[in-house]
Ligand binder design. Sequence first.
Ligand code: NAD
Length: 415
Amino acid sequence: MLKTISSASFWQPVLAAAAGVAFGVLLEKSRRRRTTASSSSDVVRSGIDVVVDKEQLEELVASCLRSAGTPPEKAKLVARVLVAADCRGIPSHGVNRAEMYCGELKAGLIDPTAEPTISSDSKAVANVDGNNGLGAVVSQYAMQLCIQKAKTNGIGLVVCHNSNHFGIAGFWSELALREGLIGFAFTNTSPFLVPTRACSRAGGTNPIACYCPGDGDSFQLDMATTTVPVGKVEVCHRKGQQMPHGWGVDTGGASTTKPKDVLMGGGLTPLGGLEETAGYKGYGLNMMMEILCGVLSGCTKVGPAVPPWRLDRGVAVDYGHCFMCIDPQQLLPSGNFQQSLSAYLRAMRSLPSTASSVLVPGDPEKAQEASSESGVRLNRHVALGLRSLARTLGCAVPGALRDLPEDEVPLCPHV
Ligand SMILES: NC(=O)c1ccc[n+]([C@@H]2O[C@H](COP(=O)([O-])OP(=O)(O)OC[C@H]3O[C@@H](n4cnc5c(N)ncnc54)[C@H](O)[C@@H]3O)[C@@H](O)[C@H]2O)c1
């Protein structure tokens, strides 16, 4: 009997072979492309830079915060956190944020004088009430408490509620790293994530930082659980630049390259992107952060209920954070952790590579930090925005920003 071959089964091997060839070509092309690899941070960093002295920049940001009602010591700390992000090549969370922080302070949405207090405390864990103070002030207090607990008990976990935006998560993990501890820092934020299968925003960009001390080396993972943090979209918007596909979606849930679409009601994809590319794993990590930061600390609003990070919100955002420190010395008293970690990092970096070299988390930021010694690079549009903020608040502007042309109007990061 003649066996009829369905057109589907006839075409299957042909298509598979063609797909194999196409895949091989694509792989080869992507390999070739990857020799000039660029990360989402490279996309945001591109453009004309203005170099500003680090101390002058910190003083400028601190003076803006003081003008908006922040006591000097607290202003200095917040300025250090923001400038540290620019030094590490993370302009999405650097002085770019000064405008929003000052706006929140001026609108009375944050209490700039508030001191955090402990609402529950036991041997290894504590819950801190941020009293709606500055996120950096709450985080410094909580991480220092967490470090003490880890040094005494081997491990410490401190959650915070009623706080505000804390900047780059890695800044807080680094405090633990300097003490020879493994440091984790997490926060929840206002909704920007469009969860897998959802069609509206329902979670923050909820970053994860984990820093581990090596022997003269370190592992420094610091990342949003969305494909990119919203700050990267804002910087693209400031620069009048399109975003790569995959970062975000418009109000209809379609992939977009226009920052405005994401900022005006669309949202960000979870880390991993669409369901087909396993974006549900990023979504799961994102929820994990919300649980550790918001639910565990007793925040009044979590997930989709967290107020938007906008000046017209009229209420406190009530962000939660979670800090965890582990003392490796108490698990490996021989002091082997640091050496083993360094050997592991060296092994990863020496893998055969398709680009210039294999990196481990933290390497790109460490390189940027080293190059910031001679001055902090700001994108021209971010610099123009900062100059405009300083002038509005009556603060003295350093030379590098004074020299920028007067006829350029800075784009507002928010639409
Ligand atoms: N406070 C907030 O509300 C908030 C929210 C979201 C994100 N953030 C901050 O935004 C910052 C940027 O986040 P992101 O997700 O855009 O980070 P990213 O994508 O730029 O980098 C994520 C991690 O990947 C590492 N990395 C980059 N290239 C690498 C390579 N080739 N090989 C190995 N590792 C590599 C980096 O060192 C980093 O640890 C972080 O500092 C984060 O804490 C803050």
